[in-house]
Design a protein around this ligand. Structure first.
Ligand code: SAH
Ligand code: SF4
Ligand code: F3S
Length: 478
């Protein structure tokens, strides 16, 4: 693709992560040369779309860039290197990327040394890459979700080339450990426990763009968390598209509940969260571990998607309305004050008013602390996109509005139930609106604002919850 490069090949005996450090060293020299040409230190800005998986991937991209010696900036239009880590779960995510990319192109016209890279889930779709090749020639580097560990190497190539470098893999079985990471927070961190998804919910593009399910070895996960704790992390969020099926395909299979029990033993770690739990795989063993754990947070995100058993079947979710409600009851029996949150899709093909009423019924029965509501988005290549009974936009919009009203009404009441109590809050930062306040999260993930200063960041503080303001509390430290 490129004319010629100055890249030295790596010795064959290296492990993949050693190879990548080898390329990062070369990229460092290229950066220094470029800095001499342009006369200032080179900066980067990574913009993340989508879920926590992508957020964690972006921390890895930033880790690699800092290793190479680029300096971080929040100002995209001033950066010498802009990376978009994209999401394609719904169509509007894609539109946002194209829109912003057009604007970046106009900036690059005035600043030709600027580099632009695109990666993430959208890049795994061939029609996206075709469109970029045709209409966005100014992009320097395109890679996908499976070879993100190769970023240093690909960047080396892109730095030497004036052509678009494209490297997309269809799938992988590889998990590359021990690459640099730049964490956004000093006191909390996401930790991947698995990659990919095997569930093929009929509306969802994720299995196509993230590949088959692969679990990391428990020892790698435990070592990463021990290291994080040594660096000051007190809260981890274990990440996977379906954490409840963790470990099933390992050489020595282990359950998610067993993994949690081992993580619990890590001294110095205070809080454990995880995301996402698929209702069909949530075991009684896990419920027991949640009930007896001192560190697992009092919050469970349990995506419902629809309350209609008929639609759930069409969605290939593999549970019914009754299974879901029964599961919620078992969880509430074991952990009575747990906060439950969910994801709901409105307007899946063939959804009738009766189906929609079933969804409202579950929302009323469960009483979610909060719910993310989405309008069904047709994703090319998924089974649901080919279904012929797509729902008209005005009908979907009307249902969406009614669902949102109910969700807000219920979550307002639910999250208010802690008013007047004293809770432990992990301080996350100084309040953006009012510098005399700090903001932090309770174990149930709800935000609390209270008087404090930057010295409290990363610390636990007991706070009296004076007043619930809907989705957050105002409190007083005690
Ligand atoms: N693995 C997670 C979800 C990942 S995607 C799980 O199984 O719950 C996050 C959320 O996006 C999903 O829970 C779903 O509610 C929503 N979503 C996924 N595909 C969608 C689509 N085509 N249209 C609208 N919402 C969608
Ligand atoms: Fe998508 Fe379903 Fe996999 Fe979640 S479990 S990522 S909704 S296919
Ligand atoms: Fe989006 Fe990819 Fe996550 S499609 S929701 S960024 S796994």
């Amino acid at each position: 693709m490129e004319q010629f490069t100055y890249i030295q090949e790596s010795p064959a005996s290296m492990t993949e992560s050693e190879r990548q450090y080898f390329f990062m060293e070369q990229a460092k020299e290229k950066r220094l040369r470029k800095e001499e040409e342009v006369g200032h230190p080179l900066t980067f800005c990574v913009t993340t779309f989508g879920c926590q998986m992508n957020a964690r991937d972006s921390e890895k991209l930033e880790g690699i860039l800092e290793q190479i010696g680029y300096q971080k900036t929040e100002k995209e239009e001033e950066a010498d290197f802009v990376i978009y880590n994209t999401c394609t779960v719904r169509e509007n995510a894609n539109q946002r990327v194209y829109g912003r990319l057009g604007y970046l192109g106009s900036i690059k016209k005035k600043k030709p040394h600027m580099m632009i890279a695109l990666c993430g889930c959208m890049m795994q779709e061939p029609h996206v890459v075709e469109k970029l090749k045709k209409s966005y020639r100014f992009v320097n580097l395109i890679f996908g979700t499976h070879n993100i560990f190769k970023f240093g190497e690909l960047l080396c190539r892109a730095m030497d080339s004036d052509r678009m470098i494209i490297d997309i893999w269809k799938d992988t079985t590889q998990i590359v450990e021990n690459l640099p990471v730049d964490r956004k927070y000093s006191f909390k961190s996401g930790v991947n426990i698995m990659f990919g998804c095997n569930n093929f919910c009929s509306y969802c593009i994720v299995p196509y763009v993230r590949g088959r399910e692969r679990s990391r070895n428990p020892e790698d996960i435990l070592n990463e968390i021990r290291q994080l704790v040594q660096d000051g992390v007190v809260e981890v969020m274990l990440l996977g598209q379906n954490v409840n099926s963790y470990g099933k395909n390992l050489e020595h299979p282990i359950t998610f509940a067993q993994l949690l029990t081992q993580i619990e033993e890590i001294e110095g770690l205070k809080r454990i969260r995880f995301m996402t739990s698929h209702p069909k795989d949530l075991s009684d063993e896990l419920i027991q571990v949640m009930a007896s754990s001192k560190k697992i947070c009092n919050h469970l995100h349990l995506p419902l998607q629809s309350g209609s058993s008929r639609i759930l079947k069409e969605m290939n979710r593999r549970y019914t309305k009754e299974n879901y409600l029964d599961l919620v009851e078992r969880i509430r029996n074991a952990v009575p004050d747990i906060s439950l949150t969910t994801d709901i899709i409105v307007g899946f093909p063939g959804e009738t008013e009766e189906d929609f009423q079933e969804t409202l019924d579950v929302v009323r029965k469960v009483g979610y602390d909060s719910a993310f509501t989405f309008i069904y988005s047709k994703r090319t290549g998924t089974p649901a996109a080919a279904m012929d009974n797509q729902i008209p936009e005005d009908v979907v919009k009307d249902r969406f509005d009614r669902l949102l009203t109910l969700v807000q009404d219920i979550s307002g009441k639910m999250s208010g139930r802690w008013e007047g109590t004293t809770q432990e809050v992990l301080v996350e930062g100084v309040n953006e609106q009012d510098p005399h306040l700090v903001s932090g999260r309770m174990t149930n993930n709800v935000l609390v604002h209270f008087p404090g200063d930057a010295s409290m960041i990363g610390q636990f503080q007991k706070v009296h919850l004076d007043e619930c303001k809907g989705f957050y509390y105002m409190g007083t430290p005690v």
